[in-house]
Write a protein that binds this ligand. Sequence first.
Ligand code: PMP
Length: 324
Amino acid sequence: MGLPLSKYVWFDGKYVVTEKAQVPITTHAIHYGTSIFEGIRAYWNGKNLHIFRLDEHVKRFRKSGQFYDISLNFTDKEISDAIIGICKKNKIKKSCYIRPFYFVGDYGINLHVTKKAPTNVAIFTFPFGDLFNKNGITASVVSWRKFSDNSTPTQAKMGGNYLNSIIATQEAKRNGVDEAILLDQDGNVSEAPGENIFIVKEGQLITPSLSSSALEGITRDAILKIGKDLDIDVIERDFKRSELFMSEEIFLTGTAAEITPVISMDSKKIGTGKPGDITKKMMQEYLDIVMNKNIDYAHWLLSLIHISEPTRRTPISYAVFCVK
Ligand code: PMP
């Protein structure tokens, strides 16, 4: 499926038209999954474009590569500027997904990856709406387990790790549900292929601890903070599969999924079979925050203020505005 990519991508420090960003077939990452990526959302609220938690994404971007000594040869500031730049260059006036990634380049079949291995960096973007049905999705626990930190670092957001997500998704789809839930090696609930999981029990908001091999999601972190601010008990702890069925509500969190209610698990109805009250509250809070309607969280947004309407002579221009 071809993505409706914007005209320009950022590739190794330059803006180039998408078709011109090419790599050789000997690119290491194609063979061994040595690529690091982030998924970021920018929200268009009809006036301005708001990039959600840019700093946190850029920080995780660099950290992911460090597990493997893969070099990101640009500073955090340069990467942030490039992410902002790609939105400006493409004159984006729609909510979009931004995908920065870097990868081991032309390094032959060498498995001894060092800081000196050549890397390339690219950023593309495309318009993006809902990933899932926000009225609720079905899910089931799959037989594939989430890989553990004893195999490869679970906090490295890297291409190779996603084979686990892919095979879990395939099983879920064969089972006729929308999304997979993976258990960790000890049988604790870990996460979904590309989302963290939350359950609600007796008004408490519970999510698996990171020792369950779950990725430390930036949306997960946002929900933990929002929950605390709303005086909801938020708890990070391990729990088993059976607790899923004892939950009053379940929802998934992720940059792409945002807050997605799960209304059925392994064919069993969760709660009333409709998004629960806490889930709905979290969805509304999140939407208000990303659309810059909640001043208390404005520091999570980097806002590209649209300052002039494009005319035939004057292109769109933006002022970058970040509340710290
Ligand atoms: N877990 C996995 C495996 C993911 O790929 C993602 C998406 N990045 C998440 C959780 C959610 O993370 P975030 O909220 O940072 O997008």
